[in-house]
Write a protein that binds this ligand. Structure first.
Ligand code: SF4
Length: 205
């Protein structure tokens, strides 16, 4: 029996994920909004919005897998646009802590709305395919994080409040001990403001 043509399955999956990433970036470019945000400026706003703590610029560099000069330029522009503000770090007089202004939080809310094109495409998935895709994406992300190939995300699979398969008979099989509630694969979080990283040595997920 002949094999189907083309590159091997793992390569096909990576090509498909790359195409999806391309679609997300293209939508971000179309969504520059009233402040004409670049994709990096939008990523910085989303990064600061995803974690309630004020952040040092170095944390943004690591979190977005960027470089210090590139982030420094984008932060300078965002401060000029009055979307982020800085205050002295009480633990280090040379460092600045960055946070969103009220205009920045409004931009973060605007950026969090998924475009019609992307949401319509995602709605083509069945419930089970959606859940399997989210579970698969977070599993691959965790593996890449462990290999230090991508920055750490504030996701369930690396959260100390996450108990996988705590309710094996239920469609909502996992448990979040932060809110003390069950939830399923379709509700897994990739960016959660309440995430607290699990001790790597005790993790077997
Ligand atoms: S706190 Fe957030 S990241 Fe942690 S388990 Fe609950 S939903 Fe997931």
């Amino acid at each position: 029996m002949s094999e189907v043509p083309g590159l091997p399955p793992a390569h096909q999956l990576l090509l498909g994920l790359a195409r999806l990433g391309q679609a997300v970036r293209m939508e971000a470019l179309r969504n520059a909004g009233p402040y004409n945000l670049s994709t990096l400026q939008a990523d910085i706003i989303a990064f600061l919005h995803g974690d309630p703590r004020p952040r040092r610029q170095g944390e943004i560099v690591v979190g977005l897998a960027s470089t210090a000069p590139t982030v420094s330029d984008a932060v300078r522009v965002l401060r000029a646009k009055n979307l982020i503000e800085g205050t002295r770090d009480p633990e280090d007089a040379r460092a600045v802590l960055l946070r969103l202004t009220s205009a920045g939080r409004a931009e973060a809310a605007r950026l969090s709305v998924v475009s019609g094109t992307l949401s319509e495409a995602i709605s083509a998935l069945s419930e089970s395919d959606f859940a399997a895709m989210l579970r698969g994406a977070t599993t691959v992300m965790r593996e890449l994080q462990e290999r230090q190939a991508i920055p750490i995300s504030r996701m369930c699979l690396t959260c100390r409040f996450f108990e996988p398969d705590a309710h094996p008979q239920d469609v909502r099989m996992h448990h979040c001990h932060f809110v003390d509630a069950p939830f399923g694969d379709a509700e897994l979080r990739v960016a959660c403001p309440d995430h607290d990283e699990v001790d790597a040595a005790s993790s077997s997920r």
